[in-house]
Design a protein around this ligand. Structure first.
Ligand SMILES: [Zn+2]
Length: 197
């Protein structure tokens, strides 16, 4: 009996560094940034060359050439929520709705959240004056409303994922087969859920 107990404690001690290492390197996963999924206007284009596109597609829809985010068909004034806990380190809120394409580096009014794993989410083309000021947010917090600011041809939410805080590598939230691991908490066959990590 005593030997078994000692053995179990030994095994637990062996596992501890592994457990803490996993926590430190955990990838941040995201919830749907809206209360419900209104459908897609466009997917991420995985083909970098101009004139051709390759999209990850669970639900048949469109992409634009060199489009580096997921466009949700959110109507004007739809509430947007943080995809995961993070720090707001950059924002623009004074772009007019639909009349100044280059405003906010083409993202228009937008919020950039920096997450625990170093990646960044962008919520673009928001309605004027609606992006929040809070410096840190939990997952699922209201951060503004959808709009038509910046380079946008109609109200929608452009949701984008960066490898880090510089605009270098941009990632697709979707991955694998339709229900395979991706940057969504639950990819749900192409219809991500509001479940937080
Ligand atoms: Zn877009």
């Amino acid at each position: 009996m005593k030997k078994t107990k000692i053995f179990l404690v030994f095994v637990f001690l062996l596992m501890m560094p592994v457990l803490s290492l996993n926590n430190a390197n955990a990838t941040t996963l995201y919830r749907l940034p809206l209360a419900s999924n209104p459908g897609y206007n466009a997917w991420f284009d995985h083909n970098a060359s101009v004139g051709s596109e390759l999209r990850y597609d669970c639900v048949t829809n469109f992409s634009y050439d060199n489009h580096h985010g997921t466009d949700f068909a959110a109507s004007f004034g739809t509430s947007i929520y943080s995809g995961a806990a993070g720090s707001l380190y950059y924002r623009v809120d004074n772009c007019p709705d639909g009349s100044q394409p280059s405003c906010g580096s083409y993202y228009g009014n937008h919020v950039r959240l920096w997450h625990a794993d170093g990646r960044v989410t962008i919520y673009a083309h928001m309605r004027q004056w609606t992006p929040i000021w809070y410096q840190s947010v939990l997952c699922g917090v209201y951060i503004g409303q959808s709009g038509n600011s910046g380079q946008s041809s109609g109200p929608h939410l452009h949701f984008e994922l960066w490898q880090n805080t510089g605009i270098g590598t941009r990632l697709d939230f979707f991955g694998g087969n339709c229900n395979s691991p991706s940057y969504w908490v639950n990819q749900n066959g192409g219809w991500p859920t509001t479940q937080c990590q």
